[in-house]
Write a protein that binds this ligand. Structure first.
Ligand SMILES: C=C1C[C@]23C[C@@]1(O)CC[C@H]2[C@@]12CC[C@H](O)[C@@](C)(C(=O)O1)[C@H]2[C@@H]3C(=O)O
Ligand SMILES: O=C(O)CCC(=O)C(=O)O
Ligand SMILES: [Fe+2]
Length: 337
């Protein structure tokens, strides 16, 4: 089926999206749910990272008003006239972007704000393009959210270390939370896609193309709009039922290397929605640029060899920014075993 779109949207790829009727029920059963208030969630966290590289957390204690406030501010930002938002672009890689993802021709039915939060909060200068009042209120909602999401990410990283049996418990969290570590926050807005009207579910339009996340961990929260999908080991795509009260956790490429492939960097994508807009906020936590990325020695026991060549995070980033979204960015660093 052909959908005519105006440039630059005509480059958006159409993906097959045939879903069985009860796909959501089946998918809900696949996604591991970790109750953070349960007595010992570490083993379940590690199992989820090994099997899927993806899980959902409930009873996380994240203050609801903090999420609600950022969601409202983000919605307000994305409802500004396009000319206002474009003052914050193009995203190379940081700033406001619309339909163009990265610098290598990837396109999606998405607009976004990508912020560098390495030094704590977004640099006020990165929001300078907004009128002062709107920059101030977005900035303060972001600061509040960032400090809470960092805390949650830290707790999850400690559970991951404990679950896989390595010490100290902060072995991952200290890499992500240290001064100068690579951290980003991304706000994505997927407007309803009018071009999909009348297509009767026979085809889907790419909101955010398939990829793995580069960093150690990603912590994702979205509104109640569907579209997010993960790939299982056999390549089957599974829709993840939305849940605005929970957080979804992705293992990233750097974590796959640190664990010598035990934790799996999950391939995922977002399909555009015909009638409902999707708003997501994602915290990405990675290492500092000069950090050497190699499997933790505690995991290389009984003569196990590293599946990867050593590289610094800066080297990975350089190579990753020359890649397309769907590429296997770890391929250049894989060892032949
Ligand atoms: C096409 C690209 C966009 C991206 C950088 C890259 O060259 C390859 C990885 C992409 C990705 C995916 C996860 C995150 O959304 C992101 C911010 C990241 O760290 O890697 C994006 C990058 C981006 O949008 O700039
Ligand atoms: O917006 C989403 O729900 C996911 C987007 C994503 O995977 C990303 O920004 O890396
Ligand atoms: Fe992602």
């Amino acid at each position: 089926m052909v959908v005519l779109l105006n440039p630059p949207t005509e480059q958006l790829s159409l993906a097959k999206a045939c879903k069985p009727k009860n796909a959501h029920a089946a998918a809900a059963a696949i996604v591991p749910v970790i109750d953070l208030s349960s007595p010992n969630p570490a083993a379940d966290v590690a199992r989820a990272c090994e099997e899927l590289g993806f899980f959902k957390v409930t009873n996380h204690g994240f203050p609801k008003h903090v999420t609600a406030r950022l969601e409202a501010e983000a919605a307000r930002f994305f409802s500004l006239p396009e000319a206002e938002k474009e003052k914050g672009g193009p995203a190379l890689p940081f700033g406001y972007g619309n339909k163009r993802i990265g610098c290598n021709g990837d396109m999606g039915w998405v607009e976004y704000l990508l912020l560098d939060i390495t030094s704590g909060n977004p640099r006020p200068a990165s929001l300078d393009f907004l009128r002062e009042t709107s920059a101030t209120s977005l900035c303060s909602a972001l600061s509040e959210y960032i400090s809470a999401v960092r805390k949650l990410a830290c707790e999850l990283l400690e559970l991951m270390a404990e679950g896989i049996g390595i010490q100290p418990r902060d072995v991952f969290s200290k890499v992500v939370m240290g001064e100068g570590s690579d951290r980003m926050l991304r706000l994505n807005h997927y407007p309803p896609c009018p071009q999909l009207q009348g297509l009767a579910g026979s085809a889907g339009l790419t909101g955010f193309g398939e990829h793995t996340d580069p960093m150690i961990v990603s912590v994702l929260r979205s509104n109640n709009s569907s579209g997010f999908q993960i790939a299982l080991r056999d390549g089957t795509w599974v829709p993840v039922p939305p849940d605005q009260d929970s957080f979804f956790i992705n293992v990233g490429d750097a974590m796959q290397v640190l664990t010598n492939g035990r934790f799996r960097s999950v391939r995922h994508r977002v399909e555009a929605n015909r009638c409902k807009s999707r708003l997501s906020m994602i915290f990405f936590g990675g290492p500092p640029p000069q950090q050497v990325i190699r499997p933790l020695s505690q995991l290389l026991t009984n003569g196990e060899r590293s599946r990867y060549k050593e590289f610094t995070w800066a080297e990975y980033k350089k190579s990753s920014y020359n890649s397309k979204l769907a590429d296997n960015r770890l391929a250049p660093f894989e060892n032949m075993l």
